[in-house]
Design a binder for this molecule. Structure first.
Ligand code: ADP
Length: 205
């Protein structure tokens, strides 16, 4: 069982790395941003509720987000673990996730924090705006998302640091190199906290 969080500012490469790490570990990468965007595209009730927040670069309200994540973590493919990308982002979400984990008698394996300087973030997101055309990648909204990260999300990491499960990883440089750093960091945390998977020897009986 591997239960991971990946945190970091918008544009730090969380989504890209989450998919790679999750593939390697045979667990689903769960991106709240992707789920919201999918619902916006499909014009579901959830999408119609979320759209105005996303376009403004604001957080979707906790009650909506928490309910969505709780539902997702109850689906069958999560039995082997999960990698949450972009959740939690508020103190209320940290609390909600704790409740979900407690109910399942589970604990988090590791919290990965991707670090990229603000100047590079803005550059990356403006470049993405030109190619992907995400509605929230305008300069003004990017700055707002970055501010929100520093105001609301960054300090949440400290609570996980106290549990000895945080690994900070340099998110700059080649994508493959960042993936390697992340995998090594997960290994180090597991070795330190004693949560490496146990491989039993074969016996004759
Ligand atoms: P980024 O990390 O680049 O901001 P995401 O794709 O993770 O991009 O999120 C896009 C938008 O989706 C956010 O700006 C926010 O409106 C909404 N969102 C995603 N995750 C959350 C969350 N955990 N809580 C509230 N809103 C969220």
């Amino acid at each position: 069982m591997t239960r991971l969080l990946i945190m970091g500012p918008p544009g730090s490469g969380k989504g890209t790395q989450a998919v790679r790490i999750a593939d390697k570990m045979a667990i689903p990468a769960i991106s709240t941003g992707d789920i919201f965007r999918y619902n916006v595209k499909e014009m579901t009730e959830l999408g119609q509720e979320a759209k105005r927040y996303i376009d403004a670069g604001d957080f979707v309200p906790d009650d909506v987000t928490n309910r969505m994540v709780a539902d997702r973590l109850n689906q069958a493919d999560v039995s082997n673990g999960f990698l949450l990308d972009g959740y939690p982002r508020t103190a209320g979400q940290v609390e909600a996730l704790e409740k979900i984990m407690e109910e399942k008698n589970d604990t988090l394996t590791a919290v990965l924090v991707l670090e990229v300087p603000d100047e590079e973030i803005v550059e990356r997101l403006l470049a993405r705006a030109a190619t992907e055309g995400r509605s929230d990648d305008t300069e003004e909204v990017i700055k707002h998302r970055l501010d929100l990260y520093h105001q609301e999300t960054e300090d949440l990491i400290e609570g996980y640091v106290e549990r000895g499960i945080v690994g900070r990883v340099d998110g700059t440089g080649a994508i493959d190199d960042v993936t390697e750093r992340l995998l090594q960091t997960i290994y180090n945390i597991r070795a330190r906290t004693g949560t490496l998977p146990v491989i039993k020897p074969r016996t004759n009986d």
